[in-house]
Design a protein around this ligand. Sequence first.
Ligand code: ATP
Length: 208
Amino acid sequence: MITTKNCIIRLSRYKNALYRLQALGFVKFFSDNLADAVGVTAAVVRKDFSVFGISGNKKGGYQIETLLEKLNSILGKDRLQKVVVIGAGHIGSALMRYRGFEKEGIKIAAGFDIDPSKVNRSSPVPILPLEEIKGFIKSHGIKIAVLTVPDIAAQEVVDIISASGIKGVLNFAPLRLKSPEGCIINNVNLEIELENLIYFVNVMEKTK
Ligand code: ATP
């Protein structure tokens, strides 16, 4: 089965759109409805579903409830996912304060920092010294880390945490990191995203 990152991003979008349809009182939907809500073609929806063995009834459509269960299970959202944040600077602290992850079944179990002045064991998301990360990851069964350390520290931290059992890293440091074996790195580069937007806004303004 070949699944691309974009395919999985679409599954998350289908799931969110289905929750919106359910909130509006719908019980069933057709691939056209979902395609419109997500901005893809119905053929793409059907192809994505077929990759995961989801089949609908052409005439009757799909049951929202059943499909949500299936999508949540595929996306690993049928159980709480605990993650850690490494680097309690501006971005890391903002993520730890953000309450929106919990409704998505994602809990930031702790933050970690190398700077002893950032340690705060009694904050709602405790901030612990980096030396404790290995034991914490093991005892809490954590596989995902969000990396918000400065770029010069990022590769070293990735190497340490992957050796401690982390399998997936969401990297906010603005550089490409080498993935240690058995560890997936997804990058969020806010500067590049903004630069990209600035470019296209400028092009749009010039062609007006
Ligand atoms: P941000 O990039 O989140 O805006 P900032 O500008 O406040 O953060 P940075 O210098 O980017 O600060 O550092 C982010 C945090 O990462 C700091 O709290 C810093 O102590 C921490 N940090 C730096 N090196 C490491 C490391 N090797 N391991 C863990 N934490 C680290």
